[in-house]
Ligand binder design. Structure first.
Ligand code: CMC
Length: 382
């Protein structure tokens, strides 16, 4: 240890809170202003205007596509949507357990089957990025159809990324308003700075491991309820509450049990998550379209009650829950939906990390004992 080591000085930044570990050109998560910027565009500038195809191009290429570039990018995504027969056969054999564990496992095996997986050239990484952005919706929807013993549906090349997702899940072409709402969800969740899963992806590839290892590290990290699974937990909370008049008792009980309100709080944003108001808008719109506003109403009342009781702001996962529910996404697929959106961000970060790589290797302050003497086994207690 050198005199400059923070660990030697006894300085520990638990959870890496407030630590800046790298520069990025991908997004700015501005906690003080409560702003989210993708490559220079404030998120409100993109949502409802740019489709996920455009935003994934923006993240991976640094600028909004021209018409020709967008047509080419879209075509490349569309032609990569289908899965190989080998992967489909494998998917039929795997246990239909936790959907995130399933997705993580299949993508890991896709890496195993990719003979060029070790190629870390920018071109090879971009190919894999396109491939996974295109295929993740197919993987998620096929998982759902297989576990319910429904017939497999091939992707529809005439439909956009979001509309095709809903088609492959439900087997019918979605109402354009529903596809638009899902598209907005994908755009809003596409990228978010050095969140835990993105950091995991960057850490994995910074060892010069492969693209798939980066994505599977990210998937395993997103799976936890303090990160991506908060959307599923938020919907379970709304269902447990059941009706708007049960919000107050629920809040009181959660407070007295010292439990957390899922979809509330944020490590970086000091006020409301800038994505939340857009998701709230789409949740309201979809709830009205379904004639089922109670989930929106419970959410709105809970938002107010938790603010009154604990001064906690909502985060991205709060209105994602009711929105995805209105889109008839099964509740245990909410976290895979998050992954589906975030694949573009993870891929762009993997490219950025490897474009100017340095091994990520923080320090720890050792607080255990020292100078212990080895005792042979026969001198230790039974
Ligand atoms: N419900 C109740 N209390 C909370 C919550 C919550 N959702 N969030 C924070 N607090 C309290 C916490 O109890 C603590 O109070 P005290 O200092 O009295 O012990 C204080 O606020 C600070 O909390 P923290 O856990 O130290 O803050 P953090 O920055 O480590 O946690 C968080 C951020 C997102 C993990 C946390 O707010 C949380 O657990 N939220 C619920 C899960 C959730 O919605 N996760 C999604 C995060 S956003 C999307 C994503 O990145 O995936």
């Amino acid at each position: 240890m050198t005199a400059q080591d923070p660990a030697a000085a006894g300085h520990v930044q638990k959870g890496l809170e407030g630590v800046v570990v790298s520069e990025t050109q991908l997004s700015d998560v501005d906690g003080a202003r409560c702003q989210l910027i993708y490559r220079g565009y404030e998120i409100g500038e993109l949502v409802g205007k740019a489709a996920y195809e455009e935003v994934s191009f923006l993240l991976l290429n640094g600028h909004l596509p021209s018409r020709t570039e967008l047509a080419d990018w879209t075509e490349q995504l569309v032609t990569r949507r289908a899965l190989s027969p080998d992967i489909i056969q494998l998917m039929e054999q795997l246990p239909f357990g936790n959907p995130m564990a399933y997705l993580r496992s299949v993508i890991s095996i896709m890496g195993l089957a990719d003979s060029c997986a070790e190629d870390l050239s920018p071109q090879a990484l971009r190919e894999r990025a396109l491939d996974l952005i295109a295929k993740t919706p197919t993987l998620i929807t096929l998982f759902d159809r297989l576990r319910h013993k429904r017939s497999m549906l091939g992707p529809r090349p005439d439909l956009g990324h979001a509309a095709n997702f809903l088609f492959m899940l439900h087997g019918e072409e979605p109402d354009p308003e529903f596809a638009k709402a899902l598209d907005a969800y994908f755009v809003l969740l596409a990228e978010h700075g050095f969140n835990a899963s993105t950091f995991a992806a960057r850490t994995a590839v910074a060892t010069q491991s492969d693209f798939y290892s980066g994505i599977t590290a990210a998937l395993g990290t997103l799976k936890g309820p303090l990160h991506g699974a908060a959307n599923t937990k938020a919907m379970e909370m709304l269902m447990e509450i059941g009706s708007p008049d049960q919000v107050e008792p629920y809040v009181q009980k959660t407070l007295s049990d010292h439990k957390r309100f899922m979809g509330f709080g944020h490590r970086v944003y000091k006020g409301e998550d800038p994505r939340a108001k857009h998701l709230k808008h789409f949740s309201h719109q979809m709830g009205a379209a379904r004639g089922e506003l109670q989930w929106f109403e419970i959410s709105e009342r809970l938002q107010d009650a938790v603010w009154q009781a604990k001064k906690l702001y909502i985060n991205v996962d709060f209105y994602s829950a009711s929105l995805l529910y209105y889109l008839r996404i099964p509740v245990d697929l909410f976290t895979p939906m998050f992954a589906c959106a975030r694949t573009a961000g993870w891929a762009a970060h993997i490219l950025e990390q490897l474009g100017d790589n340095r091994l990520i290797r923080p320090l720890a302050l050792y607080v255990g004992p020292r100078d212990l003497k080895f005792a042979p086994l026969d001198q230790r207690s039974a």
